[in-house]
Design a protein around this ligand. Structure first.
Ligand code: IMP
Ligand code: MG
Length: 423
């Protein structure tokens, strides 16, 4: 099936977990290349619900190798918890199904404290982060003071590096009037979990490139979404990694000419968690979703903001990622509506624009230009083929994919593995 990069075409939570799970069936290796445990991929198989944060969703299929690449930031304590939870649900982890890059950077508890502190000091300007320490951990990486997974395997080097970091961090924490980090406890905790992970830690760049050379097929599973990309998203209301397709290469050590195809995942409407401009945000859509118990974040439990489908945003995402094929999820969320709005342009200071402004101040001033489409007002969650979908729902899907500029390949009509329609 070739080497595929899968990306979120909106603000994250597009239902990527389910699409990844579907595509994984057809590949040999599944790679995470950016983000950390700020991500939450939900996969429902039969009666069982799995929420994956760092481990690729491919872990739920037998015989697949999952890789946490160099571009990911890893909280090893949280990763070990995830591994243990999976084991308790019958999914055993070993070096046959999970490998971790020695170049991935570590997230420490002090990163979380700094994340919280920065948010608190921003007041109404806060980003609305997941408070998992993601930004400060990537900050250390870019500032070249980070500590990597491979360091855990060399206790003396790790201890020396951590000592320096803790010293610097404690002087910062003191300024905030916060309790200092206790080096000894932290060191012991990380070395212990590092030892447990030792068999999984390796040079994953070699592993992945060797697999490609041997004709194996790779799925790069993106976390978060296009507009949370640190370069291309609604900066500063973004996450701290490259969530767009290019991030799959740098975050895994695979050259761009080994990538064959890009699949974009988008909801049939829009959602966003955290702060930042969201032009098509709409109270009616939010009330509808929340009244059905939908659109609560899988990791933090926060209610997601909701709105109409924004084709200005997804068209830009198509260009930025080179999306060839689209998976549209959560179609069933719209089943009850008599009419649907789709945003086809923005008005900025009275002028019609077709591309989202890169400046958040301008984006916040954009007023959506909508077209209205008929609703199908029928349940879709039992449909198992494209033909079983109501014709009006098919028209809606076709319309939003045409506006986005890529071919419709998959439709999601519910959370379970079975509720996936191949077009
Ligand atoms: P951080 O990644 O925790 O620093 O959060 C930065 C922004 O990205 C916030 O708006 C978060 O809500 C958002 N974010 C981070 N991870 C996800 C995700 O997996 N899905 C949706 N939004 C996310
Ligand atoms: Mg999520």
């Amino acid at each position: 099936m070739a080497n595929i990069v899968l990306v979120g075409a909106q603000w994250g939570d597009e239902g990527k977990g389910k699409v990844i799970d579907y595509l994984t069936d057809k590949v040999d290796v599944v790679v995470r290349s950016q983000g950390g445990n700020n991500a939450g991929h939900t996969v429902v198989i039969g009666e069982k619900k799995f929420i994956l944060r760092l481990i690729p969703s491919g872990i739920l299929r037998k015989g697949k190798l999952c890789v946490i690449g160099n571009g990911v930031v890893i909280d090893p304590v949280s990763l070990w918890e995830e591994i243990s939870e999976l084991a308790a649900q019958g999914v055993k982890i070993n070096s046959k199904n999970l490998l971790i890059s020695e170049c991935a950077h570590l997230v420490f508890p002090y990163h979380k404290i700094i994340d919280e502190q920065r948010e608190a000091s921003k007041g109404s300007q806060k980003i609305g982060t997941t408070k998992r320490g993601i930004g400060p951990a990537y900050g250390d990486k870019i500032a070249r003071v980070g500590i990597r997974v491979g360091d855990l395997l060399q206790p003396e080097i790790f201890a020396a590096k951590l000592k320096t970091r803790v010293k610097d961090t404690n002087s910062l924490l003191m300024v905030f009037g916060l309790k200092p980090v206790r080096l000894k406890k932290l060191l012991a905790e990380y070395l212990e979990v590092g030892e447990k992970m030792r068999p999984l830690i390796t040079n994953t760049v070699l592993t992945i490139n060797k697999a490609i050379a041997a004709g194996k097929e790779i799925l790069f599973e993106g976390a978060q979404g296009t507009f949370l990309d640190v370069d291309h998203g609604t900066y500063p209301y973004v996450t701290s990694s490259n969530t767009t397709a290019g991030g799959a290469c740098t975050g895994s050590g695979v050259p761009p000419n080994r990538i064959d195809r890009v699949v974009g995942v988008m909801k049939a409407y829009s959602t966003r968690v955290g702060e930042g401009p969201f032009p098509t945000e709409d109270a009616e859509v939010a009330d509808l979703m929340h009244s059905m118990g939908r659109e609560y974040a899988s990791v933090t439990g926060r209610a997601r903001r909701c709105g109409w489908f924004d084709a200005v945003a997804t068209r830009y995402a198509q260009m930025l990622n080179g999306i060839d094929e689209l998976a549209v999820t959560n179609l069933d969320g719209l089943d009850s509506l008599p009419r649907l709005k789709v945003c086809v342009a923005y008005k900025l200071d009275g002028k019609r624009i077709e591309v989202p402004p890169t400046c958040v101040r301008q984006l916040a001033k954009c007023v959506p230009v909508y077209i209205e489409l008929a609703g199908w007002q029928q349940p879709t969650s039992d449909a198992r083929s494209y033909d079983e979908l109501p014709p009006i729902a098919r028209e809606y899907l076709q319309r939003i994919c045409d506006l986005t500029g890529a071919a419709l390949k998959l439709v999601g009509v519910g959370q379970s593995r079975a509720q996936t329609i191949l077009v």
